[in-house]
Design a binder for this molecule. Structure first.
Ligand SMILES: Cc1cc2nc3c(=O)[nH]c(=O)nc-3n(C[C@H](O)[C@H](O)[C@H](O)COP(=O)(O)OP(=O)(O)OC[C@H]3O[C@@H](n4cnc5c(N)ncnc54)[C@H](O)[C@@H]3O)c2cc1C
Length: 439
């Protein structure tokens, strides 16, 4: 806001962590801000839901010690002191058995890899953590790069199942920048001088973060419209007009759309063909993510990677091995994610059909889980989570500032040298807000 002029009017479409952070920062610059969210609650991918009598994130979320931007935001929301930190253990199910690979010694003893394989694996990880020029890696398929550095056996036995678990069959079209960014994130704490990496959650999970965020926005005077899907955004009388599916349209000086790109392309009217194509052409990855509330916790591995074939999900994440047990009444909270392309038939299966496939597979790894031990089972489906980091991705980025005056698009598609995580999302929002400070 500059002296004498009335504040500029802004709308933010999408109340995920990106839209929420952006709305807060724009408001702090003195702008008038209205936030539209389609769902009845805030949070998007980081949203919480009810599973039996537990309220927790609908997708598993952890914070890293090195997530500086997110931790600053949590401090600002008065939640920094509520972060609970844990050192986690990692399991691998391979050759029909569950192994702990939580430290170097365990990895050296891991029967699936020979001693020399483990050394090459370690050299690949340390080597990747030292690379600075990620643009070169973006030109190389991830499979070629990992085969070259780790060798064929380590690739087949270790990396390939992990790539499948994160990317489904889309790993074939992914660049080596993906694995580089993943390793960089996990090494960030060590690089910044902290001795080890730990995982954290706010007590109460994202439900607590989102509650506090909503209170803060209300206190600061951001107008939040929940359960208000936007049907169209485009130039009209009085500026850029936001037309919700139901209810009156409203004009703003600037509108920032933070939805995934395919939804942004549908919403935004007046984009040029090249801009629209940049939004619709990017190949996306989706997720089907089941949450199961179990009578008892499992064996204490936050992540269990699956190297054997035939699993209908791509990993087992036990939140109750990471967050304090009292948050779940001493029971187990397990996520069974399956990353898949948006047109994968798995998206058509209902919760019962997925339960019938997923539980026997969970029992293959953890036979102690009987059918009656599953107290609640619920599935989240999101067809467009994030664009796939394909070869040369950064040269095909959709624009932030569109050719429609006052219409901006900021979303995960603009993450070029990182992985999708809330810290990255908060930084995207803060960079965008800084760029708009004078508008
Ligand atoms: C399985 C999984 C695990 C993850 N684990 C972690 C983790 O451990 N740590 C971590 O830091 N991050 C993790 N993430 C990533 C994290 O969830 C994201 O970085 C972050 O939530 C993205 O926020 P966003 O606002 O960009 O997008 P979204 O959350 O997708 O927000 C977009 C919002 O737009 C709304 N919207 C869509 N269309 C419209 C419309 N027409 N009108 C109005 N509103 C609309 C949607 O309802 C949604 O709320 C994970 C993500 C997934 C899927």
């Amino acid at each position: 806001m500059t002296g004498g002029r009335s504040p500029s009017r802004w709308a933010v479409v999408g109340g995920g962590m990106l839209g929420l952070t952006l709305a807060l920062r724009l408001r702090q610059q003195g702008k008038e801000v209205t936030l539209y969210e389609a769902a009845p609650a805030l949070g998007g991918l980081a949203g919480a839901w009810q599973l039996g009598d537990v309220v927790w994130d609908r997708h598993y979320h952890v914070t890293l010690l090195s997530d500086a931007a997110l931790r600053r935001l949590l401090d600002e929301l008065g939640l920094g002191a509520e972060l609970e930190w844990t050192e986690t253990r990692t399991g691998v199910f391979a050759q029909g058995r569950l192994h702990s690979v939580s430290n170097t010694l365990e990895l050296l003893r891991f029967p699936v890899l020979r001693f020399g394989d483990v050394l090459r694996l370690g050299a690949t990880i340390v080597g990747a953590s030292r690379i600075r020029d990620w643009r070169r890696l973006e030109q190389v398929p991830v499979e070629d790069w990992l085969r070259r550095w780790s060798g064929a056996r380590t690739f087949e036995r270790f990396w390939l199942p992990l790539l499948r678990s994160k990317l489904g069959e889309s790993h074939r079209r992914t660049s080596a920048a993906f694995i580089w960014a993943t390793i960089q994130r996990l090494y960030a704490a060590r690089r910044s001088g902290m001795k080890k990496e730990m995982f954290g959650t706010v007590a109460g999970g994202y439900a607590r973060v989102l509650d506090r965020f909503a209170q803060r926005l209300a206190h600061d005077g951001v107008a939040v419209r929940l359960g208000c899907p936007v049907a169209r955004v485009g130039r009209g009388e009085g500026g850029v007009v936001v037309a919700p599916r139901l209810g009156p349209a409203q004009a703003f000086d600037h509108v920032v759309v933070t939805t995934p790109s395919p939804a942004a392309a549908r919403l935004c009217a007046g984009l040029g063909p090249a801009e629209a194509a940049a939004l619709t052409d990017a190949e996306h990855l989706g997720i089907v993510c089941a949450s199961a509330l179990l009578r008892r916790p499992l064996d204490g591995f936050y992540v269990t990677n699956l190297l054997d074939d035939g699993f209908p999900f791509t990993g087992i994440i036990e939140m109750s091995a990471m967050a304090r047990p009292q948050h779940f009444g001493g029971r187990g909270l397990v996520y069974l994610p399956r990353y898949a392309a948006p047109d994968d038939p798995v998206f058509e299966l209902d919760d019962e059909a997925l339960r019938a496939r997923f539980l026997p597979a969970l029992q293959r790894v953890y036979p102690q889980v009987g059918d009656a031990d599953v107290l609640a089972f619920r599935v989240s489906r999101v067809r467009h989570v994030v664009p796939l980091p394909t070869i040369g991705y950064s040269q095909r980025l959709p624009p932030t500032d569109t050719s429609v005056p006052g219409l901006h698009i900021v979303n995960a598609a603009q993450i070029v040298n990182g992985t999708l995580n809330v810290n990255e999302t908060v930084q995207l929002a803060e960079r965008a807000a800084a760029a708009y400070a004078a508008l």
